[in-house]
Design a protein around this ligand. Structure first.
Ligand SMILES: Cc1cc2nc3c(=O)[nH]c(=O)nc-3n(C[C@H](O)[C@H](O)[C@H](O)COP(=O)(O)OP(=O)(O)OC[C@H]3O[C@@H](n4cnc5c(N)ncnc54)[C@H](O)[C@@H]3O)c2cc1C
Length: 457
């Protein structure tokens, strides 16, 4: 296995840069290519959790990230219809902290800097146009940048190049288990917002409304509104008024930003589809959004990308030796990624669903809150408990029983919703084992496009 580089990584944000850093620190020769010039923004809000912060600590960049002024988010103020709970975010003794909200130009530039410091050959403002193959294996990438077109040869090519991955496209990686989004997201920053410690994340979901907000770096306060897709036309007709009206409807968030000043333009992502992609083959692998994207409502993508980078780096180091051992290691990595991400992907789709939250789910959360056990739900966000360990069949049955007894909702509706939840769970478990590929026609009629608008105003 002789090539100019051991590994070429396409994409240099939260998946690509940490991966390149870790590989270079293990003594591998690594090139990283990103079409962006850093510091660079990307279409994403940026709340991440304990496990992601831990990776930043291990990478040695956490102190620089904290120097941005981002406070640890220690509280969670959740409203789910009639339920309102304020809970502390669980923190283990070896956690450097809890959740953070750091704008991407800040976070991604620090990650890329760490890669360069580790000895990675970094090419920014350079686009990967496709992979090249030799003897049935991917053997490098074609890139196009300031110096024109060139070839970067490598034993392994990793696509960390996001949702529109050029590596995925040119290797023909197929998509499976698609989850079309049912909402869109608009966000903005406020200066001079008045909040009192502890820094708290607001997750308010009532009727068909969803507002998420928390303090970010540099004294800014992030507010995200996540309306159902049916309101897109109204948004387009008057983005500013639409955003402000949605913020005003969430009383505690409106009170925090009242008296402050909105800075910068609105940002928006008007459509998304969750997916998994085939993520390994001869001489190539995918990591981060290139291989899997989920509804952004629970804010998992950054921590996932960081955790995946660590896992993939270990797999690559262990697999380097022969092409067979490398291919085996990559196939094992792909299986791990699917196991690791499957439950959260479905759960994220549920959180981002349009329409009212089924009362039986509200009842489960109400019971958890009454027992002071919301921490177990927040551990799902921390990727330390699976949704199925918290939303158990036992809890579903008890919540259904309590709702039937209370007579608050029509009996048939409660029973139907419980039955639907159980049937969906069975269907999902089947899909986890036997994926439905995009090419199979399974999604005919579903809108699985990405439509993206940045700064609509
Ligand atoms: C609206 C929205 C809100 C979100 N909010 C959150 C949140 O609050 N918390 C959270 O954890 N996650 C959130 N996410 C998800 C998060 O943004 C992603 O999961 C995360 O960015 C994945 O990181 P990545 O490094 O895999 O990909 P990306 O961040 O997409 O980085 C890919 C990189 O590849 C580069 N690239 C692409 N194509 C090429 C090419 N051909 N050649 C060279 N370079 C290329 C790009 O320039 C980019 O720098 C959100 C996503 C969206 C869409």
């Amino acid at each position: 296995m002789h090539a100019a580089f051991d590994v070429v990584v396409a994409g240099g944000r939260c998946a690509g840069s940490p991966l390149a850093t870790l590989l270079a620190r293990e003594g591998l020769s690594v090139a990283l290519v990103d079409r962006a010039a850093f510091p660079s923004d990307t279409l994403s809000t940026h709340i991440f959790q304990n496990e992601g912060a831990k990776v930043l600590e291990r990478l040695g960049v956490l102190d620089k990230v904290l120097a941005s002024g981002a406070p640890w988010i220690e509280g969670n103020d959740a409203r789910i219809d009639g339920l309102r709970t304020v809970a502390s975010i669980p923190r283990r003794s070896d956690d450097p902290g809890t959740w953070l909200c750091v704008r991407r130009p800040v976070l991604d530039a620090l990650l890329l800097e760490a890669a360069a410091e580790a000895g990675v050959e970094v090419h920014t403002s350079t686009r990967v146009t496709g992979v090249v193959e030799r003897d049935g294996r991917v053997s490098g990438v074609r890139v196009s940048g300031e110096g024109g077109e060139r070839l970067l040869e490598a034993t392994l090519v990793v696509g960390a190049d996001g949702r529109g991955s050029a590596v995925a496209r040119s290797t023909g990686a197929r998509s499976y288990n698609l989850i079309p989004g049912q909402r869109f997201a608009i966000w903005a920053y406020h200066e001079g917002a008045t909040w009192s410690p502890p820094a708290t994340l607001f997750f308010h979901r009532w009727d068909d409304e969803l507002v998420i907000a928390c303090p970010a770096d540099s004294g800014l306060f992030l507010v995200v509104v996540v309306p159902p897709l049916e309101r897109l036309a109204r948004f387009r007709a008057g983005p500013e008024a639409f955003f402000e009206a949605h913020v005003a409807a969430c009383e505690p968030v409106a009170a925090i930003v009242d008296g402050g000043r909105r800075v910068g333009k609105l940002q928006a992502m008007l459509r998304w589809t969750g997916y998994f992609r085939e993520s390994a083959g001869p001489g190539w692998a995918l990591v981060g959004d290139a291989g899997h994207f989920k509804d952004p409502t629970p804010g998992q993508g950054i921590s996932d990308a960081l955790r995946q980078a660590e896992r993939l780096a270990s797999a690559i180091v262990a697999g380097m030796g022969t092409t067979a051992s490398l291919d085996d290691a990559m196939a094992t990595w792909w299986r791990w990624r699917d196991d690791d991400a499957a439950e959260m992907a479905w759960f994220a789709g549920d959180l981002g669903r349009a329409g009212p939250v089924p009362p039986v789910l509200v009842e489960i959360l109400t019971e958890l809150a009454a027992k002071g056990e919301m921490g177990s739900f927040l551990e799902v966000m921390n990727h330390r408990a699976k949704p199925s360990e918290v939303l158990t069949p036992g809890r579903l049955a008890s919540a259904t029983g309590r709702l039937l007894k209370s007579g608050e909702h029509p009996r048939r509706q409660v029973l139907r919703q419980t039955k639907d939840i159980m049937a969906e769970e069975v269907h999902r478990q089947r899909l986890n084992k036997h994926p439905a590929y995009a090419e199979s026609g399974a999604y005919e009629g579903a809108d699985t496009d990405h439509e993206v608008v940045v700064n609509p105003t």
